[in-house]
Design a protein around this ligand. Structure first.
Ligand code: SF4
Ligand code: SF4
Length: 425
């Protein structure tokens, strides 16, 4: 049994963004919406260049019946196809849509929900809306179907923990749309035949109390004094067996069932010391990152821009990349930690915090010295890229990336060939 108590303490301080109302970004001039994701997903366009499409109108229909359609997130004119190399999603072929009208999203009063929907009807509404769960980028209807058909979890957990330093959009969505999210969670549980739901939170006491005003306190399972990365967050009697779903996915499910609305807007935290003001933004999917940064007052001195949060984010330089489902944080830093190749001082902190019980400094040493044959014993492929070792390294070494690279080599052929002395081509 591995020691899962390692890691670094999770911060409760997430700056000012969670204290502000969600800022709705509407004045986007162009959005980029993917019709293909590499070889994984492919949709057939249903509109031609210069066609006008309404917000929520279909742009692409799926070639696979289990896939969902693509909808426009703005009212506008189709401006053609653009190929984008995205650091997370890979090669995308996007339909560009130039917005021609300003849409002000309307805050809906809670309607009378149909209370007699069957599980099949809920899954169908979810499929129709094209909901993507922000936790894992998986289409929600496929998760619900899989839980309903095989291995139904005993409990469905709404994961609003936000373990990394900056992200607070799950909390912001819960604060603004708590009732709707809760209804969405219950709908998801009903669709999958899951008998129990719980809400997972890790935030300041005052914020938990605000949540408690919206939710039955029995529904909340607060994560206290946890260390990052977060494990063992399920109720102990169900450990390792629970299903997880995101707040945005639950809100989208509520809207799909209540209004037949497609999933075309996302929420993300935009934070960091290179911004005048940090916000949780609501944006139409496909909005360029530059627009989100401008909405928060981006300065000139940006040294590091990350998609994702500080520990596990991916550095980018191209601000024209679109914001897509699953992107929940954008960090712009003026004076980031200066990650660079420095000598290891042998302090052992990286090993002390690794929740996988690895020896990151030793893996990095053998990898950098091309001692591949001595790498297998250290099991670098067990690394999940949590980023904790990099965060604690006093020499500011990008140790997590090195361990990940070593793990990838370990699973590749060159490693096997180099390390196997009996190999004789
Ligand atoms: S990134 Fe990998 S090596 Fe580093 S602490 Fe996390 S699991 Fe361990
Ligand atoms: S934390 Fe950094 S300096 Fe310390 S042993 Fe690990 S790699 Fe070396």
């Amino acid at each position: 049994m591995k020691d899962f108590k390692r890691g670094i303490p999770m911060t409760l301080e997430k700056g000012s963004a969670p204290n502000r109302p969600i800022k709705v970004l509407t004045d986007v001039s162009r959005v980029y919406l993917p019709l293909t994701y590499g070889n994984v997903r492919r949709l057939t366009p249903v509109v031609a260049d210069y066609d006008t499409v309404e917000r929520g109108g279909m742009l692409g229909k799926p070639t696979d019946q289990d896939d969902a359609a693509l909808y426009s997130s703005v009212t506008g004119v189709v401006a053609g196809m653009t190929h984008i190399q995205h650091p997370i999603y890979g090669e995308l072929t996007c339909s560009a849509v130039d917005r021609i009208l300003t849409e002000e999203p309307v805050e809906e009063p809670l309607p009378q929900m149909p209370d007699d929907l069957t599980a099949e009807q809920i899954i169908a509404a979810c499929h129709q809306a094209g909901i993507v769960d922000e936790l894992d980028g998986v289409q929600l209807h496929t998760k619900l179907r899989s839980w309903a058909d095989f291995d139904t979890p005993p409990c469905l957990l709404l994961d609003a923990i936000e373990a990394e330093p900056y992200q607070s959009c799950a909390y912001a969505v819960l604060k603004a749309y708590g009732r709707q999210v809760l209804i969405g969670l219950r709908l998801a549980a009903k669709a999958a035949g899951i008998p129990m739901t719980r809400l997972l939170l890790h935030t300041a006491e005052s914020r938990v109390r605000k949540m408690a005003a919206q939710f039955d306190p029995n529904d909340i399972r607060e994560i206290k004094r946890r260390r990052y990365p977060v494990f063992n967050k399920e109720p102990s009697e169900y450990e390792g067996k629970c299903g997880f779903v995101g707040t945005q996915a639950c809100l989208a499910l509520y809207r799909a069932v209540a209004f037949g609305a497609p999933h075309i807007d996302g929420f993300l935290t935009v934070a960091g010391d290179a911004l005048e003001t940090s916000y949780n933004l609501q944006v139409p999917f496909g909005t360029p990152i530059e627009d989100a940064l401008q909405a928060c007052g981006i300065g000139k001195n940006v040294s590091l821009l990350l998609i994702g949060d500080a520990l596990t984010g991916v550095e980018i330089t191209d601000r024209s990349l679109p914001i897509l489902p699953g992107m929940t944080c954008l960090v712009a830093l003026r004076d980031p930690i200066p990650y660079r190749v420095r000598s290891c001082i042998g302090c052992g902190q990286c090993a002390a915090v690794c929740h996988k019980g690895l020896l990151p400094y030793e893996i990095a040493k053998r990898y950098e010295n091309m001692q591949y044959e001595r790498l297998t014993a250290l099991e670098p492929e067990d690394c999940d890229g949590c980023g904790v070792c990099s965060a604690v390294c006093p020499a500011h070494r990008p140790i997590a990336q090195t361990v990940l690279q070593a793990g990838e080599s370990a699973e590749g052929t060159i490693f096997v060939n180099w390390g196997d002395e009996s190999w004789n081509p």
